[in-house]
Design a protein around this ligand. Sequence first.
Ligand SMILES: [Zn+2]
Length: 189
Amino acid sequence: MPETKAISHTLPLSRRAFVASSALSALAIGAATQARASDPHHRRLTHTDDFDYAVTRSDEEWRAMLTQDEYDIMRRGNTEFPKSSPLWNEQRNGLYHCKGCDLEAYDARWKVPLDKGWVFFTHSQTNAVLTGIDGPVAEYGNAMGDSTIAHVEVHCRRCGCHLGHLLPVDGHQVHCINGAALTFEAAAA
Ligand SMILES: [Zn+2]
């Protein structure tokens, strides 16, 4: 599989740069040791904050529309196993929507094609996502080498579902998104 593809506006992020990123390496470790849905210390704002989201559902409704894995990721902030969603390697043009409310969250033209197993973008669609403070999450390590600094969590501004994180990689901030939290709509050929 190609590690990169020619997109003129894509930031010069190499796989080597990603491997060298302490943040992402630590994230991989975190994903590999997943299964923390019942961990009371692994708390997210996504379903406990009081932000006035445009789309709201009861916990029962979320559970009814999502698989267990999707629920744990989108409503509890878990991170999917690398390459568990095929969207990490999706290379077609098109739009990525929040699975929780169908909001257009990311455009494929901002996708960073890397083989780490999650879905990376340089940008979200304008006004599509909000951020939270995720942490400290010990298993993720810390991007700044300071255990007191938490990671930036990313969630949908319309329904509050957890999508992923902002991570500094090779000097650039990128969105590291769970494919399970997205649906993909390919552009018309
Ligand atoms: Zn949403």
